[in-house]
Design a protein around this ligand. Structure first.
Ligand code: C2E
Ligand code: MG
Ligand code: MG
Ligand code: MG
Length: 286
């Protein structure tokens, strides 16, 4: 009887797997079509210096709105794009759109600082990645100092020589590089210490604990680690002013989150920047 039950479980498991992979295949087909039919767009979330409220940048986040109006979150479709190879084209499109939108804002006299673009490990590991990023900046005439790339600890799965040389090339050109979702991956501290980086982003999971009034230990440790390594520290998921104050007390330099501003499409972002320029002259605290 026990054996039969055991076999029954495996049959159910196989069926789940089959359903899941069919679902993934359908998702990929729809994603490919959406990408070709311009149903993807990019939103921007402001990043500020916590002490002064000064705007330092904005993170580009990709969105997919289906024809029926439903928004599919990137956590659902980015992994599908990564498994299919579509991530190269998709990621490059996000990068170009983000750089182009930043240039448009600068030409309007609105200065959001830098733009931060998420880079998948698959994209980052491609042989021509650095060339393509630098060519895009060159073609648009955007100073490399205006671009930050967000990579994750998962780059540890690539050869360390590759990662080192790509980072060195990008940073020599003037770009900055952040480690995103820090503390949630599997890389070793020894590995990270050897990488030439500019910024450590504290994952929302650790920032959320500050909000709940819990111990701030992990956020504090990451901030101190950033200080020791000479990096900027940026917290994501700053949902209210109490959290912002606690982060500031920990020595965290920068933050982004719903309590500061939600991710916005280009036009609302433009309006947000214009309103800000009217009410808070350059450099003033919010
Ligand atoms: P991420 O890079 O860690 O981005 C931060 C996520 O936190 C964003 O979710 C943002 O909307 C959300 N967020 C920001 N502030 C708050 C807050 O105060 N509270 C809460 N609850 N959430 C907040 P989003 O846009 O859904 O993106 C999810 C993930 O998808 C990103 O995490 C990133 O890993 C990935 N992603 C998004 N766009 C791209 C892209 O263009 N390329 C790649 N490779 N990955 C992307
Ligand atoms: Mg990010
Ligand atoms: Mg993040
Ligand atoms: Mg995150």
């Amino acid at each position: 009887h026990a054996k039969q039950q055991h076999r029954g479980r495996w049959v159910a498991f196989d069926r789940d797997m089959a359903v899941r992979s069919r679902h993934q295949a359908e998702l990929l087909t729809r994603l490919n079509a959406a990408f070709n039919e311009n149903q993807l767009f990019v939103v921007y979330q402001p990043q500020i210096e916590l002490a002064s409220g000064r705007l330092v940048g904005m993170e580009a986040l990709v969105r997919w709105r289906r024809e029926d109006g439903q928004l599919i979150p990137p956590d659902t479709f980015i992994p599908v794009a990564e498994r299919s190879g579509l991530i190269d084209a998709l990621g490059e499109w996000v990068l170009q759109t983000a750089c182009h939108d930043l240039l448009r804002l600068l030409r309007m006299g609105l200065d959001p600082g830098r733009v931060a673009v998420n880079v998948s490990v698959i994209q980052f590991g491609g042989a021509t990645f650095a060339d393509r990023v630098l060519a895009t900046l060159e073609r648009l005439g955007l100073p490399p100092q205006r671009l930050e790339l967000e990579i994750t600890e998962s780059v540890a799965m690539l050869g360390e020589d590759v990662v080192q040389s790509v980072l060195a090339r990008l940073r020599a050109a003037g770009l900055s590089v952040a480690i995103d979702d820090f503390g949630t991956g599997y890389s070793s501290l020894a590995y990270l210490e050897r990488l030439p980086l500019d910024c450590l982003k504290i994952d929302r999971a650790f920032v959320r604990r500050l909000q709940q009034g819990d111990e701030a230990r992990v956020a504090e440790l990451i901030t101190q680690l950033g200080h020791k390594l000479g990096l900027r520290v940026l917290a994501e998921g700053v949902e209210d002013d109490a959290v912002r104050q606690r982060l500031l007390a920990l020595g965290c330099h920068e933050g982004q989150g719903f309590g500061i501003a939600r991710p916005m499409a280009f036009e609302p972002l433009q309006a947000w920047l214009e309103a800000r320029a009217r009410t808070a002259p350059a450099g003033a605290a919010t």
